[in-house]
Design a protein around this ligand. Structure first.
Ligand code: HEM
Length: 933
């Protein structure tokens, strides 16, 4: 079929554009005839982000065809998925190819999500056997409740949820988000609560590769890796260090006296993402997960490397001289990770195959896994004591005036507040760890947002005291709660729900589309939130929502349920799924809980998710400080981030003020997630709490150690497990799209040499099978030679730490601040944290949020939605949620925000047309020296 098209596709020769378009259209017809690819039955048949020849030709022309043979996903080569240059020239129109490219990319992403849901859920609570083998005639993927998710007898709420009978949350426990996260799912009270184990996204058998517990891992790593091999500090110094043009001006990231502008720490900058975006994601992770408890790990200390390096392929001890030259410290020590369970896991057999019931070790997530703003409001009995409410209005958080500054500021920790010693002098918040000016900024901002919601609600209550607020009390569901009857506690809880939902919205439709700055992801993320339909017609959303919740959500057919649920959810969007059922009643558990879907596996974040959020390169060493009351184009000081660490942030915030920090971090570009780009101050940070000879630690090196402690598979197996193509040598990292003689390519090739030096090579043995997650194209098992001849010298690509691997991914889709390996982890887990949370689905209702709260979330603040002028990247869109939050809480920034479309795009940048990444100033910012760098 279509021999002419195949021949044209494979020839790679250039033809007249109009003729080429006709060939592509014929390829589209051929691709359509071949039909949709089936969802894989086994993990070895997975999609891998690679499409058939005709599909590639249809969606992206010759370029897409030629790049099919790289390990990287195909969608990034489709028409319209980049900037203007990704649209064809000389075709009959650009809109038709653009549509084929962008919608094709969306389809690829949906396939990935379906298969991720199918193959990558591994719960550590003991439910995995049921997931694989099913229970009481139900297949695992259709299970909705688990005995392991019951509250234990030791819980103070054990009796309230039903004790040893059927457990179901009710009354006070379902009215709002609970402190520890219990009762989000009312039939699985324990799910997502603080202290429950991190899940996994990879087969349990493939975790803890250092332990070499099975033949595949032994074959894969050949005894070459363990906790400190290859040496993490050596990796940090050789592969992570920022190269400085003038080391004295950087001073190891400490800057110069008096915050002098003569200071300079070079770093590789992302032109389309700012420092506010860096701190935003740290602020998010402090909501989602933590391995630490109150600022520390386990009591036992351990060495952290700086002891060996590979010399001619052999691990060789480092001499003191070598260590000094590298800049690492053999005397550093750090506290070991807490382990929740390390007894040998059980095994079971299903379908003739043997499985582990959990990972060999598990670790507890000490935060609630829910997106519940727990970093602000607390996640256990200790953290909540640091959350101060305003005595004059207990619906509000306590904020204090600061002389000469607008708006309130968080109070400082008091002597009798529970706090680790290193937090002394910090602002009092539920999650105070790893605190710098960025955390102070967002905590203050959202405390203000909480309070402004309360103020506006009270104004509404004064205007219409007898009107129905929409709120209901589950203990007395029939009683209408009028505005004037809403208690301070009820209002506090509603404000928390609103703030958490706003944060989720900002993250989903503002932060992420700027992190992944291209058209498919703009559409995809908006689809996650408010639906792909995008017609603006609420009836359309309702119809699809009904199909999803009542058709597929209730299905006992696991294939239908898990495979297509996420596709249909893209229609109405995940947010609010199941909230529009007729005759909704807070007294009906099926209404309250009916919109959630856990896809057969209880929700928590996996260890692999933590790994891909180790984003320390985002942080610059120095903040380019500006003053709103002077010329905003002028950098008036260079403030070292470390000068705002822990208690030092308080004075930095209060003396300089929210507005100046907002402007400074809004204008400055963040650090690219790439090798040779970790902050110098983090490699040398002083942590006196460690009480060790150096009192120092290299955080980038520690990132590697923690992943090894947590048993994260190394990079290549990590990719195979997630349904991405493996690499067969370090050379695969080089971006093949770059011209052979370009300086960027040369630099990448140099880094590849360094990777080879650090991780080494070995003589391969093709009799050793190294994985069961994928097979070769010919259907044969993947072996130690990775396609190279038996006995040849191959790269130890299997040993590369996952963080190192994704930082080395130079080949990325357009506008991706992260790699495709990180992205695939997000596709799965970012969707799940919406799908699983009833407050974002069936309990996104006035009965919980108040009508005023529901409108606030939908309209990005009080009053009707505001629309942005023009059509940025071709879209009519509301004024972004974070822009609205900033405008009302830090009004001094309003003039600076006028030209801002997305708060995470550097404020003075001209966004140009269609996803431009150019670093070019708007006319008003032409004088800004940052644009001359
Ligand atoms: C700006 C200053 C920052 C400082 C001083 C800092 C410091 C630290 C420290 C001391 C740890 C704990 C290491 C351990 O004992 O395991 C850590 C962990 C971590 N950091 Fe940062 N960090 C900063 C920024 C960021 C940013 C911007 C991100 C972006 C998401 C981030 C993500 C993480 C993650 C994911 C972990 C692991 C947490 C866990 O294991 O639960 N950090 N950081």
């Amino acid at each position: 079929m279509f021999p002419f098209v195949f021949a044209a596709a494979q020839s790679g020769s250039t033809v007249n554009p109009k003729k080429q378009e006709l060939i592509e259209l014929e390829a589209c017809a051929g691709s359509a005839l071949q039909g949709f690819r089936p969802i894989a039955d086994t993990r070895t048949q997975r999609f891998n982000g690679k499409v058939a020849l005709l599909t590639a030709l249809c969606r992206g022309g010759q370029k897409a065809v030629q790049l099919r043979f790289t390990p990287w996903v195909d969608f990034s080569n489709y028409w319209g998925t980049g900037d203007l240059s990704s649209l064809p020239q000389g075709y009959f129109s650009t809109s038709a190819p653009q549509f084929r490219g962008v919608s094709g990319a969306l389809l690829d992403l949906e396939y990935q999500r379906i298969e991720l849901i199918k193959f990558n859920l591994f719960d550590n609570n003991g439910t995995y056997e049921d997931y694989v083998a099913g229970r009481n005639g139900l297949v695992g993927a259709a299970l909705k409740t688990w005995p392991q998710m019951r509250l234990p007898q030791s819980s103070p709420y054990y009796a309230a949820v039903g004790g040893d009978g059927e457990q179901i949350c009710k009354g006070e426990l379902i009215r709002a988000r609970t402190l520890t996260g219990i009762c989000n799912d009312i039939r699985n009270p324990l799910m997502g609560s603080s202290g429950t184990p991190f899940a996994r996204n990879v087969e349990f058998e493939t975790t803890f590769p250092d332990l070499e517990q099975n033949q595949l891992t032994q074959n894969r790593h050949g005894g070459r890796i363990n906790l400190l091999t290859p040496d993490p500090q050596v990796i940090s110094r050789k592969l992570f260090t920022r190269v400085q043009s003038n080391p004295d001006a950087c001073n190891h990231g400490l800057g110069l006296p008096n915050d002098s502008t003569d200071a300079n720490c070079d770093y590789q900058k992302a032109p389309f993402f700012n420092v506010l975006a860096a701190y935003w994601i740290q602020f998010m992770t402090h909501d989602w997960f933590s391995h630490m408890e109150e600022g520390h790990n386990a009591a036992e200390m351990m060495a952290v490397g700086c002891t060996t390096q590979k010399v001619n392929g052999v691990e060789t001890p480092l001499s003191p001289d070598d260590a000094q030259k590298l800049g690492c410290r053999p005397a550093d020590r750090v506290d070991k990770a807490y382990v929740q369970q390390d007894s040998a896991p059980g095994t079971f057999t299903s379908g003739g195959k043997s499985y582990l019931t959990r990972a060999p070790k598990t670790f507890s997530n000490n935060n609630t896994a829910w997106w519940d703003a727990s970093q602000l409001y607390g996640f256990d009995g200790t953290s909540v004591k640091r959350v101060k409410r305003d005595r004059n209005d207990p619906a509000k958080l306590l904020l204090e005036p600061v002389a000469g500054k607008q708006g309130g500021y968080l109070p400082v920790l008091a002597a009798d507040d529970p706090a680790a010693p290193q937090w002394a002098g910090q602002e009092s918040v539920a999650f105070p760890d790893n605190w710098t000016i960025g955390m102070s900024f967002y905590h203050n901002l959202f405390a203000r947002e909480h309070n402004i919601f309360v103020d506006e609600f009270r104004k509404q209550a004064a205007k219409a005291p007898n009107a129905d607020s929409g709120l209901r009390n589950p203990s007395d569901p029939a009683r209408v709660i009028r505005y004037k009857d809403v208690t301070s506690d009820e209002l506090f809880d509603a404000a928390r729900l609103v703030v958490a939902a706003e944060i989720a919205k900002i993250h989903t439709i503002e932060w992420t589309p700027q992190l992944l700055y291209d058209e498919p992801l703009y559409k995809g993320m908006n689809a996650n939130w408010s639906g792909l339909l995008g017609t603006g017609d609420p009836d359309d959303s309702k119809v699809l929502s009904d199909i999803v919740v009542h058709g597929f959500g209730k299905s006992k057919n696991a294939t239908k349920e898990s495979q297509w649920y996420s596709v249909f959810a893209s229609g109405p969007g995940i947010f609010g799924l199941g909230s529009k059922v007729p005759h909704y009643s807070i007294a009906n558990p099926d209404n309250v809980n009916g919109g959630v879907n856990h896809f057969g596996s209880p929700f928590n974040f996996p260890e692999e998710f933590v790994t891909v959020y180790r984003l320390h390169p985002l942080v610059p060493d120095l903040i380019e400080y500006r003053d709103v009351n002077q010329d905003p184009n002028q950098i008036v000081q260079k403030v070292p981030v470390i000068e705002t660490f822990e208690g030092k942030a308080t004075d930095a915030m209060r003396s300089r003020g929210m507005a100046n920090w907002g402007l400074s971090m809004g204008r400055q570009r963040l650090g690219l997630l790439t090798l040779h780009n970790h902050p110098m101050f983090l490699q040398n940070i002083h942590l006196p709490r460690l009480d060790t000879p150096t009192q120092q630690v290299d955080i980038p090196a520690l990132d590697l150690i923690r992943d090894r402690e947590h048993g994260v598979p190394r990079f290549n197996e990590f990719r195979r497990q997630y349904g991405l193509r493996q690499l067969t040598s370090y050379d695969d990292f080089v971006d093949r799209r770059l011209p052979l003689d370009s300086p960027a390519r040369k630099q990448q090739e140099d880094t590849v040499k360094q990777l080879r030096e650090v991780y080494g090579t070995h003589v391969c043995d093709s009799s050793k099978v190294i994985t069961d997650a994928q097979v070769n194209d010919d259907g044969l098992p993947i072996n130690d030679c990775l396609g190279h001849p038996n006995g040849s010298v191959v790269d130890n690509i299997e040993d590369v730490d996952t963080v190192v691997g994704w930082l080395a991914e130079y080949t990325r889709p357009h506008g991706f601040a992260i790699s495709e390996t990180q992205f695939v982890v997000f596709i799965l887990n970012a969707s799940r944290r919406l799908f699983s949370d009833r407050f974002f689905t069936s309990s996104f209702r006035p009965e919980f949020y108040t009508q005023f709260g529901v409108d606030w979330v939908n309209n990005n603040g009080p009053g009707p939605a505001m629309m942005e002028a023009g059509t940025p990247n071709g879209h009519k869109q509301p004024v972004s949620p974070l822009k609205r939050v900033l405008m009302r809480n830090v009004p001094e920034l309003a003039p600076q925000l006028k030209s801002v479309v997305n708060v995470f795009d550097p404020w003075g940048r001209d966004r140009g047309q269609y996803y431009s990444l150019d670093w070019k100033p708007l006319a008003a910012s032409a004088g800004d020296p940052a644009f001359k760098q």
